[in-house]
Design a protein around this ligand. Structure first.
Ligand code: BES
Ligand code: ZN
Length: 600
């Protein structure tokens, strides 16, 4: 069986059926003064249709200095045209090809407002002395820093020469990352074929600490020791993943801890996961995020969604695997708690989403694929896999998944490709059991099938009882147990309290458990949201500090949404956002502009 070409991808202008980019050689200067990358991208082409007269690339906000084409011996200027910019897709760049041309070189400069880059001033870093740059290419932002066929259906290898000021370090999601040497010129090579959304770059005052033979962590020097302690179990996670799903095929697995404006929790850039510092809780309690990004080394990076409508193949599989890894390294109860909290997230999401966004195989035509990035593909997708695991048994299901990754390794596949493979290798052999999986309902309809698994956790069940007692005016049990609870138990406790809570009860809660002051970002976030809902003023200062210092979209979006529900809150939201906005990533700015309104 082969995977289908999956074109057209409604989020790309590329014409890979005619001319296909297979390798990119970047030569880029990192200029913090102008906030630009500039240089060239040399694209090596396959031409499945040799008569096709042009290469079509995706761009967004790039200024094009020129284009040449050639066949390895001679370059000649190539007629090219940058089309009109679409607000979601950016602008197509078409480059004319002569017969026999198999290379195109594009000279370009990025925009200071590139949607896929964030340029931080020294004041926005932990060290305060050096600027910082990082990319975030998923879903369709690679085109804002590389002219490329920015569709996950096209895979390419790349190499890069990157120049920075000599005192800074450049890193990429590739081989060649420095573990100490500086000097300002860095060379990288990505020998495995990846989709453009996995291209990644960062530069700053960055140091390295090894975690094990194949893994390590990069961070600003002052953050590095805490990061190395937090992620000490990374090699164990890798060993578990390999035991379950086959060899790790990317050589090294390193983690780069970014400044707090990173808009996501983590990003699975191959060989170099990018991570938010908000997971550095000090007690490893939030490292499921590393299990998640590591799991993408199989689900996502090895077997990739062919279009953004198939995003659930990346995230649903990864969420399922994440919990299997948590179970391996931290035990059944830890994994069960994550699954219970995940189902709660899903139910909350289901109460807010439109029907069309509750469908795993989502229709994103005319929309920004970032809009499809809700919890739904993660948690509904994971429940589908879990229901298959329960039906066929772990042993058979694990064997199936492992073969699936081998079969589709380094390919980009659609939902239909997965379903065909599932039918052939798991479901098809047993008609009776197959009848009990409403597979079409799972992938094509809104809501959750009634047969969806309901994860349960003994520990969280006990916590829910303590929450009931606390609510009923018997706080002793919770007060006694809280100090011994894990982060997940504390979150469950907060989530199981009535909403909104009266102000005096919020004050009592804060006083008993020090919630406003919590340095655990998940717990602080949960409480700040409850405080807003109940109108408790005791955490106002902490709310402002949180929103100004952290740019992780998962946290800031719900807080701003809650704030703007009242007129007074709207005024506060505007005042806080005026301070916070200059420090937010373009993706976060886009999100919060929609909630609060642009500028203040
Ligand atoms: N690949 C995603 C992040 C992403 C998705 C970026 C869509 C842009 C568009 C990453 O693997 C992820 O899922 N991160 C989660 C954390 C995870 C533990 C659920 C996040 O950032 O919240
Ligand atoms: Zn993910």
């Amino acid at each position: 069986m082969t995977s289908s070409p999956a074109f057209p991808d409604v989020h790309s202008y590329a014409n890979p059926g005619h001319v296909r980019v297979r390798h990119v050689a970047l030569d880029l200067d990192v200029d913090f003064r102008t906030k630009t990358l500039s240089g060239s991208a040399t694209l090596h082409l396959d031409r499945p249709d040799p008569s096709a007269p042009r290469l079509l690339l995706d761009t967004r906000g790039l200024s094009i200095g020129g284009a040449e084409s050639g066949n390895g011996s001679a370059w000649a200027p190539a007629p090219h045209e940058l089309g009109a910019a679409d607000p979601i897709l950016g602008a197509p760049l078409s480059v004319e090809l002569r017969p026999g041309d198999d290379r195109v070189r594009v000279r370009y400069t990025t925009s200071p407002a590139a949607s896929g880059l964030q340029w931080l001033s020294p004041g926005q870093t932990a060290g305060k002395h050096h600027p910082f740059l990082f990319s975030q290419s998923q879903a369709i932002h690679a085109r804002s820093w590389v002219p490329v066929q920015d569709t996950p259906a096209v895979r390419l290898t790349y190499e890069a020469v990157v120049r920075t000021p000599p005192e800074l370090v450049a890193l990429m999601g590739a081989a060649g990352n420095s573990t100490g040497e500086r000097g300002g010129t860095y060379r990288f090579r990505m020998p495995q074929r990846i989709p453009a959304y996995l291209m990644a770059i960062a530069a700053g005052d960055i140091a390295f600490a090894p975690l094990g033979g194949r893994s390590g962590v990069y961070a600003e020097p002052s953050v590095l020791p805490a990061a190395a302690r937090e992620f000490a179990d990374t090699e164990k996670m890798m060993a578990s993943a390999e035991r379950l799903y086959g060899p790790y095929r990317w050589d090294r697995y390193d983690i780069l801890v970014l400044p707090p404006s990173f808009p996501f929790g983590g990003m699975e850039n191959p060989r170099l996961t990018f991570a938010t510092p908000t997971v550095l809780a000090g007690d490893k309690s939030l490292v499921a995020l590393i299990a998640h990004e590591l799991a993408h080394s199989w689900s996502g990076n090895l077997v990739t969604n062919a279009t953004w409508s198939d995003f659930w193949l990346n995230e649903g599989f990864t969420t399922y695997i994440e919990r299997r890894l948590v179970e391996e390294v931290y035990g059944r109860e830890a994994a069960a708690m994550e699954a219970v909290l995940g189902r709660q997230d899903l139910e909350e999401e289901l109460s807010r989403l439109d029907d069309r966004d509750e469908i795993l195989h989502i229709d994103l035509a005319g929309r920004d694929p970032d809009e499809g990035a809700t919890r739904l593909p993660y948690e509904k997708g994971a429940l589908l896999l879990r229901s298959l695991e329960e039906l066929y048994g772990r042993e058979d299901f694990d064997r199936f998944l492992r073969r699936y990754f081998d079969h589709f390794a380094f390919q980009s596949i659609t939902t239909a490709d997965f379903l065909a493979y599932l039918g052939e290798h798991l479901i098809g052999r047993d008609g009776e059991r197959a009848a009990s999986i409403p597979i079409e309902e799972w992938t094509e309809r809104p809501g959750l099938p009634s047969v969806a698994p309901r994860p349960a956790s003994e520990a969280l069940h006990r916590v829910a009882r303590a929450a009931e007692a606390w609510t009923a005016g018997r706080p002793e049990e919770a007060e006694g147990a809280f100090p011994g609870w894990t982060t997940q138990e504390r979150l469950q406790f907060l989530r199981r309290l009535p909403s909104p809570l009266p102000v005096d009860r919020l004050a009592a809660l804060d006083a008993a458990f020090g919630l406003s002051a919590s340095r655990n970002a998940e717990i602080a976030f949960q409480f700040l949201l409850m405080a807003l809902k109940g109108g408790y003023p005791g955490s106002d200062a902490r709310l402002e500090e949180f929103l100004v210092s952290i740019g992780r979209r998962k946290f800031i979006k719900p807080l701003y949404e809650e704030l703007v529900k009242t007129e007074a809150g709207r005024v506060r939201a505007r005042a806080i956002y005026a301070k916070a906005r200059p420090g937010y990533h373009p993706i976060a700015v886009d999100t919060v502009d929609r909630i609060v309104g642009p500028g203040a």
